[in-house]
Design a protein around this ligand. Structure first.
Ligand code: ADP
Ligand code: MG
Length: 692
């Protein structure tokens, strides 16, 4: 299947040298196949060809101009850097007017812009007293009888790779490898659904003739993406997996519940009940009856969804308790060391009251300690195991594992969850629960988890006060700082979140300045906030260092914690009352909602301030400020998630760092419902036809 283009490196194309290939590698493009699958981020309508005199807009537009004065070149000194450079000028005109066109460091263009030749230019016209000009426009030769592509692909770029380069390489690949590009979909499926052939769809996606072609091409490619996704899900949801029923001692649950310092909400009780029913394998009465007398049946899989702060941890804890009390091992996997440790501390402490032995397994443990922990897990002495990805490493062996819980599941990939399930002795799979704090809109959840059962925790514990939320411009910074300072004087703690840990390439290539945690923290020390106890934390720090900082923060020894998004998931400090998010425009709504969930966890009134250079008093109605409004007005994670999904599509929705399988390049799950259903149907048909 598409072996040739899969194996052919992009350096086989004219124009891609080794150095350029390295740049392409940054975009995850290695083979000709990758390049063909490197789809535009969006499309731009260049509109029709304009006339110089008639056009008065200040946006980019398309002009057909003939060179009337040839290109001349001059040496100048750059005003910014003081470095020597060259500047090129020439004039080109249509019937209505003449434009002076300028390029920089492009002496080679003198053979291109020769008097009498006609080109299409795409750029911004500037009108000054000295005439009409245009700087560094895009251009291509103009032919009388050739209509330029009105719709133009816009690719995600990296520095050194231009749209033009990508377009010309894609075109080359499509032409040179025409015979090697095979349709991955069965002809039956293509026919049944009236799809465009793959080769045509590739042309249509990269060089759309018109809207209709583009839409058909997109549909065809999106379908394939969804179809492959379903095939994978069906394969993972393999019903031949073996699980078994465990006997849970119900009366013991009351002891656990009455020991808690609060009353469980109804939704929490229901979720716990659901999980216990799963473990005893009574989840499907029909199936259960069928399985009567058999020792094995497929294990249950459940998604527990609840907004930030809805109290999922105690639900997990109850399930872990039930397993331990009934003589089985259970495990809880968290996405970060900070979170795993926090769970270990709170859950371990609670469970120790019942004589239950809990262990922690994370990366970076001392060898001796790790060996001992592994041994305790393998022997079953550890009744409850809490940890990070370290749990799915080769050398971890569980003993009689009845239940595997994954917290903040969207941070893990399907494969990682499966690896955890496969860890049990023999080949009996534990029952699984995945807990999600990202409220996934129901439609999407159904799609993604196919055969998963869902428990929703839709009520908040009593007495929670909504977090007061404000979206402000950077001009409010000093007022916000003063506010944080006042809160600190009252003994309250604050978080400041910046999008990136260190100066990165992304930072250099995006237009505005990014606030990096360390630098930001250093700068803060020079402001009035400098008198507070400030520390920063970021994802690349050593585990020990992170744990120490979080511990000091939890103990109230730090007033202000500057952080990257490592604190996004699950951290619990009820004494923190302010969350300031810098560059809020860099985050999705759901992510911001998660961040906001870090405060308002205690009885004090809490505040979330979303700051962004895009929020200007002069533009109160920008799309961005409207987006921020959603957050200021709503605390309903589901509603916010739905908006987020609408705005960003499912790929972004799950965050950049997630493991990738829900990232669709082309399909848009929020609007492609019909296509989704088709893909699901076809995938099921294929699986039934060929088996797994
Ligand atoms: P999340 O669902 O975001 O993981 P947590 O489990 O961390 O939320 O719970 C948030 C806070 O709410 C914790 O401090 C927890 O002790 C508390 N909590 C959980 N359930 C209840 C309840 N029923 N009543 C009061 N407080 C609760
Ligand atoms: Mg949590």
């Amino acid at each position: 299947m598409n072996d040739v283009i899969f194996k052919t490196p992009i350096t086989s194309l004219k124009g891609i040298s080794g150095a350029r290939a390295k740049l392409f590698a940054k975009l995850d493009v290695f083979s000709v196949y990758d390049l063909l699958q490197f789809f535009p981020r969006m499309y731009r309508d260049r509109g029709k060809i304009r006339e110089v005199m008639d056009f008065s807009g200040d946006e980019k537009a398309l002009f057909a101009l003939e060179v009337v004065k040839p290109l001349t070149s001059a040496r100048i000194k750059s005003k910014k850097t003081g470095k020597a450079m060259t500047v090129q000028h020439f004039s080109a005109a249509d019937n209505t007017g003449t434009v002076k066109i300028t390029f920089f460091n492009s002496e080679f263009l003198k053979n291109t812009f020769v008097t009498g030749r006609k080109f299409l230019f795409y750029g911004e016209l500037e009108r000054t007293a000295r005439g009409i000009s245009m700087t560094s426009p895009e251009y291509e030769p103009y032919y009388e009888d050739y209509m330029p592509a009105r719709i133009e692909a816009v690719y995600p770029l990296t520095s050194g790779i231009t749209r033009k380069l990508i377009s010309s390489c894609v075109k080359q690949a499509l032409e040179n490898y025409k015979d090697d590009i095979e349709d991955n979909l069965e002809p039956d499926i293509v026919k049944r659904n009236g799809f465009m052939p793959y080769y045509e769809a590739l042309w249509g996606a990269h060089f759309p003739k018109d809207e209709k072609t583009l839409e058909n091409a997109r549909k065809r490619l999106a379908f394939e993406e969804l179809y492959n996704f379903y095939l994978k899900m069906l394969f993972l949801g393999d019903k031949s997996r073996k699980g078994k029923a465990y006997r849970i001692d119900y009366p013991d649950m009351r002891k656990f519940v009455s020991f808690l310092p609060f009353k469980l909400t109804y939704a929490q009780k229901k979720a716990i009940q659901d999980i216990l029913v799963d473990i005893t394998l009574a989840h499907d009465p029909g199936e259960n009856a069928k399985n009567k007398g058999k020792r094995f049946a497929p294990p249950a899989r459940r998604l527990v969804q609840g907004d930030v702060g809805s109290g999922k941890t105690v639900v997990a804890c109850a399930a872990l308790y039930a397993c331990a009390k009934s003589g089985f091992q259970s495990v809880l996997m968290a996405p970060t060391g900070i979170l795993a440790r926090q769970h270990y501390e709170s859950i371990g402490k609670l469970l120790s009251n019942f004589g239950i032995r809990t262990v922690l397994l994370v990366g970076g443990m001392k060898t001796a300690q790790k060996r001992e922990t592994l041994q305790m897990i393998e022997s079953g002495e550890a009744q409850v195991v809490i940890g990070t990805h370290a749990l799915i490493e080769e050398n971890v062996k569980f003993k009689n594992l009845a239940l595997a819980i994954t917290d903040e599941q969207h941070r893990f990939g399907v494969m990682q969850r499966k690896a955890l399930e496969d860890k049990n002795e023999e080949d009996i799979k534990p029952h699984t629960v995945v807990m999600s704090a990202t409220p996934i809109p129901r439609t999407l959840a159904l799609i993604m988890y196919c055969d998963l059962d869902i428990s929703i925790i839709d009520t908040m514990p009593l007495g929670r006060k909504p977090v007061e939320t404000y979206a402000v411009g950077t001009d409010m910074r000093s007022r916000v700082y003063k506010f944080i300072s006042r809160q600190a004087k009252q003994g309250k703690q604050s978080y400041i979140v910046c999008p990136l840990a260190e100066e990165s390439e992304e930072m250099l290539t995006t237009g505005y300045e990014m606030k990096a945690a360390k630098e930001y923290c250093d700068a803060l020390k020079k402001t009035p906030l400098g008198e507070l106890e400030i520390t920063y934390i970021h994802g690349k720090m050593k585990q020990q260092e992170k744990d120490d900082i979080m511990e000091r923060f939890a103990d109230g020894k730090i007033d202000l914690l500057v952080s990257t998004t490592v604190i996004e998931v699950g951290v619990n400090n009820p004494n923190a009352t302010v969350m300031l998010v810098e560059n809020a425009e860099r985050f999705g709504l759901s992510q911001l909602h998660q961040l906001r969930g870090r405060v308002g966890r205690g009885s004090d009134k809490s505040y979330c301030i979303l700051m962004s250079p895009l929020l200007k008093k002069s533009k109160p109605d920008s799309t961005f400020s409207k987006r921020m409004d959603i957050l200021c007005k709503s605390t309903d994670g589901f509603k916010i998630a739905e908006k987020d999904l609408e705005i960003r599509g499912p790929g972004e929705f799950f965050g950049k760092r997630q493991s990738g399988e829900f990232k669709f390049r082309i399909a848009d799950v929020s609007s492609d419902m019909k296509l989704l259903m088709k893909a699901k149907e076809e995938a099921e048909r294929t699986v039934n036809k060929y088996g797994k």
